[in-house]
Write a protein that binds this ligand. Structure first.
Ligand code: AMP
Ligand code: MG
Ligand code: MG
Length: 186
């Protein structure tokens, strides 16, 4: 059994969206996780699934332009219940189903785990994985590190730390890897 705090579990969901649509009901369309060994700061494994939205199955052009995720990508993907099942199996392979405190989820902002996942799970009658019920917003340790009251977004934090923005900003796996780089640098 891994010890408490053995891992960082860096995550960044992408979701259906529309420009300037405040009351849009989001559904997750990409579910990525980067598992980092907290002692060695090396990447242990990654999980990534595209997710097929079922409430509003057609992606907006704005969403595809933002994320680079296409309609064909999500049409061929599993829906959230199946993806959560596969994620739980993946967690189990790392001993994180029975020891949720062994991994600290880290996200950029609180939106992913405070709003996106729990609200969609409640709507769809799904359980939130135990490991994802508390988390660290990387902006807090970043602000403490730099002595600023408020941290910028992911791209701004990378710039301050002189780290490259690798891949496509707003694609969840690339965002997760870039946030993991921020975590390791901090
Ligand atoms: P991010 O992690 O910053 O890539 O954003 C996560 C999700 O938030 C995206 O997949 C969109 O659903 C939504 N989102 C991010 N930026 C915008 C934006 N400028 N306008 C509308 N929705 C956005
Ligand atoms: Mg995000
Ligand atoms: Mg993102």
């Amino acid at each position: 059994t891994p010890r408490p705090g053995a891992y960082f579990l860096v995550m960044d969901f992408e979701a259906t969206c529309e420009k300037d649509a405040r009351d849009w009901v989001h559904e997750i369309i990409e579910f990525p996780a980067v598992l980092v060994d907290a002692a060695t700061l090396t990447k242990v494994d990654e999980f990534r699934a595209l997710v097929r939205p079922t409430e509003r199955p057609t992606l907006t052009r704005f969403c595809t332009e933002l994320t680079s995720i296409t309609q064909a990508d999500v049409d061929g993907a599993d829906a959230l219940p199946e993806v959560l099942g596969r994620f739980e199996i993946w967690l189990g392979r790392h001993g994180l189903r029975d020891a949720p405190a062994a991994a600290l989820p880290v996200t950029c902002g609180d939106w992913d785990l405070e709003k996106m996942l729990p609200v969609e799970c409640r709507r769809k009658g799904l359980a939130v994985p135990a490991v994802l019920r508390s988390w660290c917003n990387v902006k807090k340790p970043f602000a403490a590190h730099t002595g600023q009251a408020k941290a910028p977004g992911m791209a701004g934090m990378l710039t301050v730390l002189v780290l490259p923005l690798v891949g496509h900003h707003h694609l969840g796996i690339d965002d997760s890897r870039n946030i993991a780089a921020i975590v390791c640098e901090l």
